[in-house]
Design a protein around this ligand. Sequence first.
Ligand code: HEM
Length: 416
Amino acid sequence: MNPPTPSSVPVPVSAPAPDASRPRDFPIRRGCPFSAPEEYTRLRALEPVARVTLPTGREAWVVSRYEDVRELLADPRISADIRRPNFPALGEGEQEIGARLRPFIRTDAPEHTRYRRMLLPEFTVRRIRAMRPAVQTIVDGLLDSMLAAEAPVDFVPLYANAVSTSVICELLGIPAENLEFFRDVTRISGSRHSSAEQVAEALGGLFALISDLVAQRQEQPGDDLLSRLVVGHLRTGDITLPELLSTVGITINAGRETSTNMIALSTLLLLQRPDLMEELRADPSLMPAAVNEFLRVMSIADSIPLRVAAQDIEISGTVIPADDGVIALLAGADHDPEQFPDPGRIDFRRPDNHHVAFGYGVHQCIGQHLARLELEVALETLIRRVPTLRLAVPDEEIDFKHDSATFGIERLPVTW
Ligand code: HEM
């Protein structure tokens, strides 16, 4: 496996375009799983606002420098409305179903603000901090189950996915009995190859489950997020049932796959870098900084911030015309050497590590405190309780998810 991209990657002066009549294809595959695609180095240096062709055949712009990405995502002239004709979704299924269901991540103010205000009190630092004992109990229980299984096991479903799904279910107050079900919903709805029918069917199953739970909460509200949404917003008429289903559905989808991928990738990285593992064992108080650095280098949600220019917008000397699609490359920004010296180096003591792995501006990840908590507890517990953990296959046999909304690992066979 390749080492993380060093900062000294040579910048090719003129990369030949495979077909000069059409902009280069996007997304661009990663070489190293713990870094941005190497091509981003060239884009930042030579084409910071570049034209690309998406898998849907549409064209869009990609922006790759740190300052430009932040400027773009904070610009009030940018729209996240998936109904706009040139919205740069990476799959047809996402585009068509997104335009029909309109998850709030793909809406603009004032609609977006209304949903965001409803959810924000549930994700404050204080509320998430109070979840730490519950998250620790979940993680310990799942680790007990993994260790009780016969090694080797696949770490992704048994630990990474089980932790992230169980935690999100705990937050929402929904039973985490069927982990496979949640995994399938996210896999199908997040794949660039899924058709609109496949996405609709997967999300339909999720909405049916949430709908049953809403009916129960109508009868008997409890002390959980779903009950608070039902009592405080559905009953009062602030929100309709389809809006509630879409909001809870996107929260599950957005929070589950991302955290699963980060837990699995961070574990793989630590198994391949005993020096980093040792550093964390010697000083566990470094864990929050380590998680922050993993988030930066991996930037797994690289092309999640999809937008359309609502007016002409000039970035680094290039005008993105009104109505064109544009993607803010988070991994491009987080490997910009102007902002992060020697960006490929993993440094738990990196000063001012203000990355954009959770996005920037009004759509910045609402679940980021929860994601950090999950990652910290999942990794700290694993390192402490399973010091003999190791890969059960050679590095080359590990499959990565190159075609999903977020980058991750398909299977990670481990033993101990
Ligand atoms: C490591 C884990 C995670 C990463 C890397 C991540 C990344 C992101 C990014 C980049 C965005 C911004 C998208 C945009 O600008 O269009 C976002 C938004 C969002 N995330 Fe996360 N996320 C993570 C975990 C979570 C968790 C655990 C939850 C919920 C429990 C969550 C819920 C959401 C929601 C609801 C939005 C939409 C916010 C809005 O549009 O206002 N995420 N996430």
